[in-house]
Design a protein around this ligand. Sequence first.
Ligand SMILES: Nc1ncnc2c1ncn2[C@@H]1O[C@H](COP(=O)(O)OP(=O)(O)OP(=O)(O)O)[C@@H](O)[C@H]1O
Ligand SMILES: [Mg+2]
Length: 261
Amino acid sequence: MKEKKTLLIAFSTQKGGAGKTALTVLMAGHFHYVKGYNVGVIDCDLPQFSTYNMRDRDRKIATSIDHYKLMAFNQLKTLNKKPYPILKSSPVDAITAAERMIRESPEDLDIIFFDLPGTLNSEGIIKTLSMIDFIITPVTADRMVLQSSLEFASLLNDNVISTGKSNIQGLYLIWNQVDSRERTDLYDTFNTLFGELGLHVLKTMIPDRKRFRHELTEEVRSIFRSTLFPVDKQLVKDTNLDLLADEIEELTGLNAYGEER
Ligand SMILES: Nc1ncnc2c1ncn2[C@@H]1O[C@H](COP(=O)(O)OP(=O)(O)OP(=O)(O)O)[C@@H](O)[C@H]1O
Ligand SMILES: [Mg+2]
């Protein structure tokens, strides 16, 4: 039997607002509730701990509104699994937190997603990043975000990955909040630049959609961002989230373990 290791994936960039937390929650949900993997999340999004706190809010709503109570019950019955665990941690202790989660989880965890800040300003954080298998850095077509994300990815590439002493198997940029009115040659131009810098870009681009801001609320409507349920099928359309999950599954080799799940 193949030895199975929990895959560690982090959405990380030093720039705020690029989409780290949104992508963490959406991918964790898709892999756990739709693709059937066992997922965990380590939330290092200090000081707001967005994902951890979202779970608290989600739970309150899901236990007080009949529609969501029934959904949660049906989901438990059909999937035969609980919501994925979320632990809060400081970035420096994130790997220790992940090891604890792996030890304490009744199921073998396939993937742990980390919502990590991208500050490379301490040995501790660099150590954490160097223990992660795949790092995905969201970029948007905004000068500040681009500059900051590129700086982060280049530093990581030059000072951590190329030393050969890290666990990092891949560092990828991902275009997020893509504006369809923007000239497509703008993205092509940047992709060429990224290539020249030795940086890889994921094929999947995530468009700018208002629904990314929709959380579970007491008003019953289709679900988008939630830690308890997957994105509503109708709402996945034209967000490319399903394609992103497929691309991540492919490039990390996760699907090679398919028969064991
Ligand atoms: N593809 C998208 N389309 C529209 N809005 C988006 C998209 N991705 C993220 N957003 C929104 O942009 C805002 C910032 O995203 P998010 O909180 O995920 O960023 P972050 O990188 O985690 O920021 P921080 O560094 O502050 O933690 C949020 O309101 C989120 O809903
Ligand atoms: Mg965040």
